[in-house]
Ligand binder design. Structure first.
Ligand code: ADP
Ligand code: MG
Length: 673
């Protein structure tokens, strides 16, 4: 997705957000009893003493010990936050939402009042909110407007071991804010860094030798089994393992399977349901859990299956540490994760399936020992495990930094002196600054200052490439279309393709298909959705995802509000879609690809080379797949690397357009080709 996070108007708890606000259905007294059982609760007094005593501390504790849900509540019960609020950051949106809902239920209050959450495109807080769960990206956005974070007296940076770019940058922001608030004699800022497992030494050093508190976990032994042989197909191996275990494990044993993403989870889910019809063993309930899943469906994960039924949870790495699922006896670990990487030199951004770190493998295995002894089945060999790196490389060392750099510059920070735990490779900093320069956001790559357009770009919570598209849109008479398109690109997949009705779903998609490519196809979908009177029913009939399209509508509203604040005029180009594509190219000119060996060559058909010089193919799901002859030049939104490189969300462009919208870049591309 293109968006990061957004600052929106507070709309309290009578908002019409897309999430259903109730996912906890236990009774209040049961919730209180459960709280008292948590390791954090047992040592609460000592913890509170430490929190009172120190301005900064690190808290390490097993996943499920109650750090995220309890610490903010304990602080609030003692009113340690004073007049300010407590911010608790999470790398993931789903985690921020589900945890806030859980905590609101535990405190027996409505979400959006004392307890709230704030995630990209959705703010469920009010002026009364004291405990605010938010994505790390959201707090970072707030920091541009107020680098001292004056609203907060306590900032809890949770899941620090994930080392997302936003959390890493926040470490620096809170450090500077603490210092400056002290110097200006403002109320002090307390910082609590929380994590399951992490490289404590570098953190301790970074935070000037602050105290580290270790929570005693309550864990039961987990027996680890490794594959004897290397598995060629981990999805297949996972399904086989599930059914081998299913045949003999007691029915009340629940399984947790780690996979990489939504599509994979849906495929495996379908396969399990098919095989389960004929397999020996108790009835099965399969529950998916991934970032884009609607909260109503997430609830399934925490609901007990009927007695005698086995629950099998298929999750991404979100179940590794961010959320805790009780009663898992058996973990099946494919040992892979989908990760965004980037090569600074070529500027190619990629999403690839990679082996997890040893730390992540242990985290995953640990999910089996929360309530009783369990087992973890690793679908990789012991030798493979030993060959893995201890920790995942922090995101800041492998991700595009353009939007982070833009934020830092907007916050008035000089990127080269900003204190970071790990300094990103100079190449990568240079490439992001040069992209920002190319987009016209900064005046110079050395000692950069925001330009007028750059300042506008920084107010949009989306990638600079896309905010540039919006800012260029009035010139192409297509702000209306650009808003819709970027809103759809910011949401998860809008097409709903159930495995068993694949053919029908694909047939339905034809209706929206544009020969110009996926972007206009998405625009067609969005336009039709906006006009449909009975949206839910209409989506069902057309195999579209109602939730994701509704979300896109909200995103569009938020983006529109920013455009209007910037005095931009919203006009439509009607059917002149060339305008939309040219406008898209204004921001995405680095995402061009040309047919290999020039147009026409039969052998080269469908094989492309990107502006960065990498070979890439059209994704099989692209609307352009059927187009003959294949277009000579393309524009893509994403490059997916899974063995082969696939371009996702692709449109056909005229080769000369690049020359028109980004002449300097076009010249450089020609020189490289
Ligand atoms: P930590 O942050 O230390 O990993 P949490 O505070 O997230 O721990 O969770 C503490 C406990 O609260 C978990 O062990 C789990 O039993 C329970 N819990 C948390 N979230 C939910 C939820 N959405 N539904 C049911 N139980 C939950
Ligand atoms: Mg936690």
């Amino acid at each position: 997705t293109v968006a990061h996070n957004i600052k929106v108007e507070t709309n309290g708890h009578n908002n019409n957000n897309v999430h259903e606000n109730k996912i906890v259905n236990e009774k209040p007294q049961d919730l209180q009893e459960a709280r008292r059982q948590l390791p954090v609760y047992m040592v609460r007094n000592r913890l509170l003493e430490e929190i009172k005593k120190h301005d900064t501390m690190i808290l390490i504790g097993e996943t499920g010990s109650g750090k995220t849900t309890q610490i903010p509540q304990l602080i609030h019960e003692q009113r340690l936050e004073g007049a300010g609020a407590i911010a608790v950051t999470q790398p993931r949106r789903v985690a921020a939402i589900t945890i806030a809902l859980r905590v609101a239920a535990e405190m027996n209050t409505e979400i959006g009042s004392i307890v709230g959450y704030s995630v990209r495109f959705e703010d469920v807080t009010s002026p009364r909110t004291k405990v605010k769960y938010m994505t790390d990206g959201m707090l970072l956005r707030e920091a541009i407007l107020d680098p001292l974070l004056k609203k907060y007296s306590i900032v809890v940076l949770d899941e620090a071991h994930e080392r997302t770019v936003s959390t890493d940058v926040l470490f620096g922001i809170v450090k500077l804010a603490q210092k400056e608030r002290n110097e200006k004699k403002l109320n002090p800022l307390k910082v609590i860094v929380m994590s399951a497992t992490m490289d404590v030494d570098s953190f301790k050093k970074y935070f000037n030798n602050c105290p580290v508190i270790y929570l005693e976990g309550r864990t039961y032994p987990v027996t680890i089994y490794h594959s004897k042989m290397k598995q060629e197909d981990y999805q297949y191996a996972a399904v086989c393992t599930i059914f081998q275990l299913h045949a003999t494990a007691p029915a009340n044993h629940d399984f947790l399977v780690f996979l990489t993403g939504q599509e994979e989870i849906e495929t495996v889910m379908y396969n399990i349901k098919q095989i389960a019809k004929e397999a020996t063993g108790p009835p099965i309930r399969v529950c998916p859990l991934y970032a884009g899943l609607p909260p109503a469906k997430q609830l399934q994960v925490w609901r007990d299956a009927p007695p005698g039924t086995r629950k099998i949870i298929l999750a991404t790495n979100i179940a590794e540490a961010s959320v805790t699922i009780p009663r898992i006896q058996c973990v099946i670990d494919t040992g892979v994760v989908k990760e965004r990487t980037w090569s600074g030199g070529t500027g190619a951004e990629r999403l690839s399936v990679r082996a997890t770190s040893q730390a992540a493998c242990w985290q995953r295995a640990g999910r089996a020992g929360r309530t009783q002894a369990g087992a973890a089945y690793r679908l990789y060999t012991a030798a493979d495990f030993r060959a893995r790196p201890m920790h995942q490389t922090p995101e800041i060392l492998r991700c595009p930094l353009a939007s982070t750099m833009l934020l830092l510059i907007a916050a008035g920070v000089e990127p080269s002196t900003f204190p970071l735990i790990d300094t990103p490779p100079p190449d990568s900093v240079k490439a992001s600054l040069s992209l920002l320069k190319e987009l016209g956001a900064i005046d110079s790559e050395v000692n950069p200052k925001l330009t007028v357009i750059g300042k506008k770009m920084s107010t949009f919570p989306i990638e600079p490439k896309y905010s540039k598209v919006l800012l260029c849109a009035p010139e192409y008479n297509c702000l209306d279309e650009a808003l819709s398109l970027i809103a759809v690109l910011s949401s998860e997949n809008v097409f709903h393709t159930p495995m068993h009705k694949r053919e029908e779903a694909i047939k339905m998609k034809q209706k929206f298909l544009s020969p110009l490519g996926d972007h206009i196809t998405l625009l067609n979908v969005f336009k039709a959705f906006s006009k449909a009177p009975l949206k839910k029913q209409w989506c069902k009939e057309n195999y579209l995802n109602h939730k994701n399209l509704t979300y896109a509508c909200e995103v569009r509203q938020q983006l529109l509000a920013i455009c209007l604040k910037l005095n931009m005029t919203v006009t439509s180009c009607g059917q002149a879609y060339d305008q939309v594509l040219k406008c898209l190219l204004c921001g995405l000119f680095t995402n061009c690809a040309w047919q290999r060996g020039g147009a026409g060559g039969a052998r080269a058909a469908g094989r492309y080379v990107t502006a960065a010089g990498a070979a890439a193919a059209l994704h099989p799901a692209s609307a352009l797949q059927a187009l003959r002859p294949p277009p000579p030049a393309l524009l893509y939104s994403e490059l997916l690397v899974t063995g082969r490189s696939y371009m996702l969300t692709v449109s056909a462009i005229q080769p000369q357009w690049l020359q028109q919208v980004a002449p300097e870049y076009a010249r450089r591309c020609r020189a490289n080709r």
